[in-house]
Design a protein around this ligand. Structure first.
Ligand SMILES: Nc1nc2c(ncn2[C@@H]2O[C@H](COP(=O)(O)OP(=O)(O)O)[C@@H](O)[C@H]2O)c(=O)[nH]1
Ligand SMILES: [Mg+2]
Length: 360
């Protein structure tokens, strides 16, 4: 799962990237390049299970973040599209908006508060998608004059027209109620407004303590209307806390009224917004969390672990984490009949401990 950080210059993207991944974004990077980093999603269930199984290896779920170049609203369309291209491979977008106030960090007045930045960013994405749809429609239209469109092209054309009409009214592709099939038909456009999107408001210490920032109610209204996820972080302060010795962190977090680290809040919001859940595998070799879409069946979940396991899937043994924890051993759980043997169609749920049984 890859998430691209998009925002105006000096909004705190690189600071938040460092908070989430521990990677210093200032390290050797050419102008205009994006930087990838991995953030570990802490999961107390994995920690508990690791304590029980004492495996050789413990693996938490991860999220990949991409610190993108800043979107400079003053630069021309071509340069802005170059920045936006970095979004192409992202499964989801994080729109970083600056709320923190610091006279030492330049901030042109016209960039405005968090709400106007959010408005500017979502408009950028809409305009880009509108251009892509128009270009594709023109190309297909020209082809259609030379020869009869294939059935796929005809289907794509009609969905493109829907998309274009919606985008023209300022509606993101994710709001157009296109079916999965229709989205596939316009897949080559890679619409950015079809991607799940979360807004990250970067606040300062005072705002964090007060629980409010300028433009908050508009941001919340925009997120509600646009079905965007919303997380409030203080990139700088939380990164500073993260660099303290572990024993000191709790004190500072408590003082700020933070109950969990930024990555955990963001991961939870992202999982919720993207409809992701984790299932768990256990054993002497490894205890591990795996990320899947809600509603994934046992066989497809097996494919996450290894394509071979999907191909040779016979059945799966499943026990919810909470149930397992009353027995704390698979043999014990089995003896009490709480491990279910399920077929390939069984939907795997968040926190299920899963053992895949595969044939030859
Ligand atoms: N005072 C304050 N400064 C911050 C905060 N977050 C980031 N900064 C500073 O703002 C500047 C720009 O941050 P950076 O992460 O590089 O922004 P980017 O251009 O979006 O990548 C840096 O000097 C940061 O130290 C914050 O919460 N409070
Ligand atoms: Mg940066």
């Amino acid at each position: 799962m890859e998430m691209g950080l998009l925002g105006l210059p000096q909004s705190g993207k690189s600071t938040i990237f460092r908070l989430l991944t521990g990677t210093d974004a200032a390290t050797s990077r050419k102008r205009g390049e994006a930087l990838r980093g991995v953030g570990v999603v802490s999961d107390p269930r994995v920690t508990e299970l690791s304590g029980i199984f004492r495996p050789k290896k413990t693996t938490y779920a991860t999220l990949t973040f991409v610190d993108m170049p800043s979107l400079d609203l003053e630069s021309d369309r071509k340069d802005r599209n170059k920045v936006l291209q970095h979004v192409q491979n992202s499964d989801a977008l994080l729109l970083v908006v600056r709320a923190f106030e610091d006279a030492a960090v330049a901030w042109p007045g016209r960039y405005g508060d968090a709400a106007s930045q959010l408005e500017a960013l979502t408009t950028e994405l809409l305009v880009r998608d509108l251009e892509v749809a128009e270009t594709r429609l023109t190309n297909l239209g020209e082809q259609a004059r030379k020869r009869k469109p294939s059935p796929e092209e005809a289907a794509e054309l009609s969905v493109l027209e829907l998309a274009l009409a919606g985008l023209g009214e300022g509606r993101p592709v994710s709001h157009l109620q296109l079916t999965a099939e229709q989205l596939r038909q316009v897949g080559s456009c890679g619409f950015f407004t079809a991607k799940p999107t979360l807004v990250v408001v970067n606040v300062d210490e005072d705002q964090l303590r007060a629980g409010t920032y300028p433009g908050q109610s508009e941001v919340e209204a925009q997120c509600l209307a646009g079905r965007l996820g919303l997380v409030t972080l203080s990139g700088q302060i939380e990164a500073e806390i993260g660099s303290l010795p572990p024993d000191d962190r709790a004190v500072f977090m408590e003082d700020l009224g933070l109950t969990e680290p930024g990555i955990d809040r963001l991961a939870r919001a992202a999982y919720g917004h993207l409809g992701l859940i984790s299932f768990l595998t256990v054993g002497e070799d490894e205890v591990r969390a795996w990320t899947i879409n809600q509603g994934t069946a046992a066989r497809a979940a097996a494919g996450k672990i290894h394509t071979d396991l999907e191909r040779r899937f016979v059945r799966a043994e499943v026990v919810p984490y909470e149930t397992f924890m009353t027995y704390r051993a698979l043999a014990e759980a089995r003896a009490h009949g709480v491990i279910r043997s399920v077929g390939k169609e069984e939907i795997i749920r968040d926190g299920d401990i899963v053992t895949i049984l595969a044939g030859a």
